[in-house]
Ligand binder design. Structure first.
Ligand SMILES: [Zn+2]
Length: 415
């Protein structure tokens, strides 16, 4: 498994100069190669493979205009070509947008593979540098001297902070050498807008307050920047503050998502979420701000790799599943439930429901059915079945009462 450790780096002025020059070269190689590919495609209708891109770089370095590319380590420049090749592969596979030109003002980075750095007892020596690069290690339980990074990425944020990211191949994560003991609990999660998430246990996880405050700060800095003359020193200063505010929001959100996902994975053997079409929802502009601020996509990614890492189970159910409109107690399906209705009583069994908690309970039940069947939950019209109990329930649309293999009623705490 590949694990990456990213921490703050503190290069000396000399090292910073070497790195800045390297960033410049990386950017030029990216942009020149991108423009060249673009021309080849539009004028000759030819696509470009890795050896051709390599040949182009060799040629570029021989020209007088770009001879200075030879002054920095060739490793990050080679690596840029590989990254670009991947970016195009993703574009052609419709997984990503067309690669864009890199700006001098954005985040800068350089990637070093094994031939571009040395790792000795937890010290990092980059090519073309004599002294090790200083960085602050923030995982006291992990000894960096004990492993060998496969790739090292140095980056500089627009606000001027430096980072080093170490990619390490591990059998299991060094932080959690074995999967955790069974937690004896399962949870369904309903991701929301008012609350970040509502759990089938009834717990509501609110969006953190400080994120809102930081967002207000950002808006204030942005207004200030807009008032400064373009190209002026004051504008540059205001811009750095905006960049810093952006970073703070990003870090606070990441921190919140990590804490939440770690806790959920630690406390549950089975986690069930809905496959939300975040992209589609972002097109709905009234929801867009709230959702893009929530980081659902990132949250799901974290749940995925953490459940794998800890030996837990994650089930993602179909997003068309009527989790809000179905009674989690009796399976009754409402014809209509408006978004503004926060509480409702089931006409079938009379149970009073909190809209989101009921949805989370249904999500959990659907996930359990999936993990018991080993199958998939599909459109609401398709009835879900538990093995061996197919005859026991009429063809109601919605969620049948939960049954486990062998037909015994489950003895689980959170249904
Ligand atoms: Zn009911």
């Amino acid at each position: 498994m590949r694990t990456a450790y990213k921490c703050r780096a503190y290069p000396t002025p000399e090292q910073a100069a070497v790195l800045n020059r390297t960033f410049g070269c990386v950017r030029v190689v990216w942009n020149q190669t991108l423009a060249w590919r673009h021309r080849r495609w539009h004028e000759e209708q030819t696509s470009t493979n890795m050896p051709q891109a390599n040949a182009f770089l060799t040629q570029l370095k021989r020209t007088e205009e770009f001879a200075w590319l030879n002054e920095v380590s060739s490793v990050p420049l080679q690596q840029v070509l590989r990254t670009q090749q991947r970016a195009f592969a993703n574009f052609f596979a419709k997984r990503a947008r067309y690669p864009r030109f890199k700006s001098r003002r954005g985040r800068q980075s350089a990637e070093y593979t094994r031939s571009g750095f040395r790792w000795r007892d937890g010290h990092l020596y980059l090519a073309k540098m004599d002294a090790p690069l200083e960085f602050v290690w923030s995982w006291p339980e992990v000894d960096p001297a004990g492993f060998t990074p496969t790739t090292v990425t140095i980056s500089r944020d627009p606000d001027g902070r430096w980072y080093v990211s170490l990619a390490v191949e591990t059998e299991t994560s060094p932080e959690y050498p074995e999967s955790l003991p069974a937690a004896g609990a399962a949870v369904g999660i309903d991701l929301g807008v008012t609350d970040f998430a509502v759990l089938s246990t009834g717990e509501k996880i609110a969006n953190p307050r400080h994120l809102e405050r930081r967002a207000k700060n950002l808006a204030r800095y942005q207004r200030r920047m807009a008032r400064k003359t373009k190209g002026s020193n004051n504008r540059a200063k205001a811009k750095a503050k905006v960049a810093r505010a952006h970073t703070k929001i990003r870090e606070a959100r990441r921190d919140f998502l990590h804490k939440t996902s770690t806790r959920l994975v630690r406390d549950h053997d089975l986690i069930v979420i809905e496959d939300l079409n975040v992209r589609g929802m972002l097109r709905n502009r009234s929801l867009a701000r709230a959702i893009s601020g929530c980081g659902w996509g990132e949250f799901r990614r974290q749940l995925e790799y953490k459940t794998t890492r800890y030996g837990r189970h994650l089930v993602v159910i179909d997003r068309w599943y009527p989790s809000s409109k179905t009674c989690s107690a009796c399976g009754h399906l409402l014809a209509e439930l408006s978004l503004s209705t926060r509480h409702w009583s089931c006409p079938g069994c009379g149970t009073r429901h909190d809209r989101d908690v009921n949805a989370a309970k249904n999500i959990l039940a659907a996930g359990r059915a999936v993990s018991a069947c080993g199958g998939e939950v599909r459109h609401p019209g398709n009835r879900m079945r538990s093995p061996g109990k197919q005859e026991s329930k009429p063809a109601t649309v919605g969620i049948p009462q939960l049954r486990l293999r062998g037909g015994s009623q489950p003895n689980l705490p959170f249904t």
